[in-house]
Design a protein around this ligand. Structure first.
Ligand code: FAD
Length: 476
């Protein structure tokens, strides 16, 4: 038997749930959502390991560009459901912590390196706009100058993206990244003054219980209560016949749709469809990196130097990870007993350009934490937890937009709307708020022909609430 629905949504991550939330809010009755996993959240999900420690799939920070997203967050978990934190982030370099933004705090570097970095920054500011960078590597040099590029920006970005920055485009960052204010940096150096990005206007929230995934599990439960029978878990799509407008599930069941909102990775969606022969060649332009998330459960209490730090960047080669989150600081309930334990969560990237140094990612991570002073003594380690995400970062590669310009319209012409972090493959609009908005906006587009602002005008959306971008050009 073939079931028929007007709008079929694949995936219960933030994008799919955004679409479902909007369909429900608009009193639509003819839709279904299918999710392959047993639970909601996708990459923004969370798990509790066998020792009772909660982990996200990489440190997830809520930073929203949408009023309705904020209001939904308030409503979903309620006033008692959130912890609020200053976004305190740091860079570990030359055996010391430098507050982020790095370029404003060069006074923390050894004197000769600080001087060379400021001179490079001054040269970059003077030459701004003279030559148009051809790639992200050249953009880094032109924006920050040689010193900062060498000490932090280049090695950090190589680590995060798991490839040389020359393989990335830069136009997706937009024009709004503040080029270092040289006078301000000089002043900070003279006064030996920290110039930090945290404070009352730069806070983030985190669920009191259940990790980031609690948000999406709560939303899915709400939708299940409001729209019984429309959300189905454990249902994996295996093929799409775009001609017949039919999806086949692993169970053998087939579902006919008018519109398909797919939040699966775009390359997976194309390969699973009858458009693969025609579109397959464009998939080579879609690059991604894999991400290993390593949770380290620790005995005791965090040292005072780490107590209020949220996340830390690690550009150097003395550790495999590019970022570590102080995860028990986000929510004490992320550990089973906060009077006895604390936790750190590391992210390690992998690709063909940057394979793992060894298969022992957990061991290398603990050794890296000892080498960088995050953990003083191996005996502090209670246990490790490890999850490899095959697709972690959608790479803004040099020819990404060339591929997207062909793939997304070709699918749309057959009623397939591929949206979300890997569905639309646009890193600059791939955080939770953006992904949720992509789901909302594609529904509005289908029902009222509204413009999908997040997908088509990322710069406009991101300019709404300027934040200090992360050193990889993204927002977190
Ligand atoms: C390391 C890391 C750090 C991050 N940090 C942050 C952060 O600090 N702040 C932030 O806001 N965001 C962060 N993100 C991004 C956040 O995880 C994404 O914005 C969000 O998960 C994207 O939602 P999505 O629905 O588009 O995709 P996903 O979350 O990938 O959801 C897609 C869903 O589709 C399902 N699916 C796939 N194939 C099928 C199939 N064949 N049939 C049915 N269902 C299928 C999957 O199981 C999944 O549930 C981070 C991501 C990573 C990887």
């Amino acid at each position: 038997m073939i079931e028929t629905t007007r709008i079929l949504v694949l995936g219960a991550g933030p994008t799919g749930l955004g679409a479902a939330w909007r369909l429900q809010a608009l009193h639509q009755r003819d839709w279904l959502l299918l999710e392959a996993d047993g639970t909601a959240g996708g990459l923004a999900g969370s798990v509790v390991d066998e020792h009772g420690f909660t982990w996200d799939f990489g440190g997830h920070v809520q930073f929203s560009h949408y009023g309705y997203f904020d209001r939904l967050m308030d409503d979903l978990l309620g006033p008692e459901g959130w912890h609020f934190h200053d976004r305190e982030s740091w860079v570990w370099v030359r055996n010391r912590f430098v507050p982020y933004p790095f370029q404003l705090n060069l006074h923390r570097l050894p004197a000769d390196e600080a001087r060379a970095s400021i001179d490079g920054l001054a040269r970059a500011a003077r030459d701004a706009g003279v030559a148009r960078p051809a790639n992200f590597g050249e953009w880094i040099d032109a924006t920050f100058g040689e010193g900062i590029a060498r000490t932090f920006m280049r090695p950090y970005n190589h680590k995060v993206w798991a490839r040389p920055p020359e393989r990335l485009a830069w136009h997706w960052i937009g024009d709004r990244v503040a080029v270092g204010d040289v006078a301000r940096v000089e002043e900070n150096l003279r006064l030996h003054r920290d110039d930090v990005s945290w404070g009352p206007n730069n806070q983030f929230r985190f669920p009191v219980r259940g990790g980031t995934g609690a948000i999406w599990r709560t939303l899915a439960s709400r939708l299940q209560a409001a729209a019984p029978g429309r959300l189905h878990f454990g249902q994996r799509a295996v093929s799409i016949d775009t001609h017949a407008h039919e999806v086949q599930l692993a169970s053998g069941e087939r579902i006919r749709y008018e519109h398909l909102i797919s939040t699966m990775p775009l390359d997976v969606c194309v390969r699973m469809s009858d458009l693969a022969p025609q579109l397959g060649a464009h998939l080579a332009d879609l690059e991604f990196s894999s991400t290993h998330v390593i949770g380290v459960g620790l005995h005791g209490q965090p040292p005072p130097a780490l107590a209020t730090k949220c996340w830390m960047y690690f550009p150097e080669s003395n550790c495999p990870f590019y970022r570590v989150t102080h995860f028990s600081h986000y929510a004490p309930a992320n550990v089973p007993d906060p009077s006895r334990y604390w936790s750190l969560m590391a992210e390690v990237s992998e690709s063909a350009f940057r394979p793992l140094a060894s298969p022992d990612v957990d061991g290398d991570t603990v050794r890296g934490m000892l080498a960088t002073g995050l953990v003083r003594d191996a005996a502090q380690v209670h246990h490790t937890w490890h999850r490899r995400l095959e697709r972690g970062y959608p790479i803004p590669s040099l020819h990404r937009d060339r591929a997207l310009g062909v793939l997304l319209p070709a699918l749309a012409s057959r009623g397939v709307w591929s949206r979300g972090r890997f569905g639309a493959w646009k890193y600059e609009v791939s955080n939770q708020d953006h992904s949720f908005a992509q789901g909302v906006e594609v529904v509005d587009h289908l029902l009222t022909d509204a413009l999908e602002e997040t997908l088509h005008l990322p710069e406009r959306v991101n300019a709404r609430r300027p934040s200090q971008p992360a050193p990889n050009g993204g927002r977190g």
